[in-house]
Design a binder for this molecule. Structure first.
Ligand code: ADP
Ligand code: MG
Length: 331
């Protein structure tokens, strides 16, 4: 549940920093479909999620973070067979089009600097891993190894650095929420490390980002777990004939579910699972939506929790079987 949903919020905000803008609703709608119907920005944002998860899997398979990881992440995001920059002319402009920073050039130079970045994230110093992450993010962005995608790749790497250091188990810290909210400060502080060697404000900014988004993410996980337990109990009581924990949990993998997802999960034939879905809609657990020729079933409370900052949800009551959700109350 966590690994499928929270990275989509991270993907949306990290892409938004680069002006690739989609909606939470589109992302969740296409998250477990083949995605071919999605628009360009939604596809590109879904690829950020894929890149993050691939990076995570590569760490879990025992491969350390290297330049190759960065290349793989950037390729997955951009869906292009790119590599470390070979051409010149890359520079960073402010919103008025003025060049504010020109990164180094030459493939050999960039590879050497990336090797230095690799050594830095793995050195045995007693520097706190959170500070290391902040410093390494500046370093990576200053190297700017790719023609494009450096911001997003660097933000995926932040999460991977924390996982490799053992501070996170899953890639579910929603760090880009803070950065996207304070975007202009992010650009200004990165620039001031270069122009004024002003490290402290930059490091404090990133520590603050970790603190705030760790709190946000923990609160969200707690709320989703409560909603899931509450839904399990409700379905077990209100619909004992169709209840199974696997059935309910399927609606917490993604908030949008298709009949085929239930069939694929081995819950029954199309006919059987269609019956389940109908009963869950009648009981107020799911909402049916038409999307072209397709029917989608939305776990509305879960979608609400995932897409808002609030951690409240409307509890089920016996009376709400057959009716819609009750009053919005504190979970
Ligand atoms: N002054 C700066 N020095 C170093 N890096 C910067 C500076 N200003 C912005 N950046 C980084 O560059 C990123 C944008 O680079 P870009 O390659 O376009 O990323 P993306 O394609 O993901 O859009 C920003 O998100 C930020 O991380
Ligand atoms: Mg860009």
């Amino acid at each position: 549940m966590l690994i499928n949903s929270i990275p989509l919020r991270e993907a949306k905000d990290s892409s938004a920093i680069e002006n690739i803008v989609t909606t939470n609703d589109k992302l969740f709608r296409f998250a477990n479909a083949d995605g071919t119907q999605a628009d360009t920005a939604t596809k590109e944002t879904l690829r950020y999620r894929t890149a993050l998860l691939r990076g995570y899997e590569s760490l879990k398979a025992g491969r350390p973070l290297t330049t190759k990881t960065a290349v793989d992440v950037c390729r997955a995001i951009k869906d292009v067979d790119l590599d470390i920059r070979r051409t010149s002319g890359t520079n960073l402009k402010n919103q008025h089009g003025k060049v504010v920073y020109t990164p180094p050039e030459g493939e050999a130079v960039l590879r050497e600097k990336m090797a230095n970045w690799e050594r830095f994230i793995h050195d045995e110093s007693d520097l706190d891993p959170l500070i290391k992450m902040a410093v390494a993010h500046y370093q990576f962005e200053a190297i700017h190894p790719f023609p494009d995608g450096n911001g997003r790749t660097g933000r995926v790497l932040n999460i991977l650095v924390l996982i490799e250091a053992g501070l996170l188990d899953l890639p579910i810290l929603y760090l880009s929420r803070f950065i996207n909210d304070r975007r202009s400060e992010y650009y200004r502080l990165l620039l001031e490390v270069t122009s004024q060697q002003s490290w402290e404000p930059w490091v404090l900014y990133m520590l603050h980002a970790v603190e705030e988004t760790a709190d946000w993410t923990r609160g969200k996980i707690w709320a989703v777990r409560h909603l899931m337990d509450h839904t399990v109990r409700y379905v077990a009581t209100a619909l004992p004939k169709i209840y199974s924990r696997e059935l309910v949990e399927l609606f917490f993998v993604q908030p949008y579910v298709r009949t085929q997802n239930l069939v694929d999960a081995g819950l029954g034939t199309r006919k059987t699972v269609s019956g389940y879905l109908g009963q869950l809609v009648d009981a107020g657990v799911l909402r049916e939506e038409k999307a072209g020729r397709e029917k989608l079933y939305v776990n509305v409370r879960f979608l609400d929790l995932l897409t808002s900052d609030s951690n409240d949800f409307a509890p089920f009551s016996e009376a709400s079987a057959g009716a819609g959700p009750g009053d919005r109350r504190l979970a």
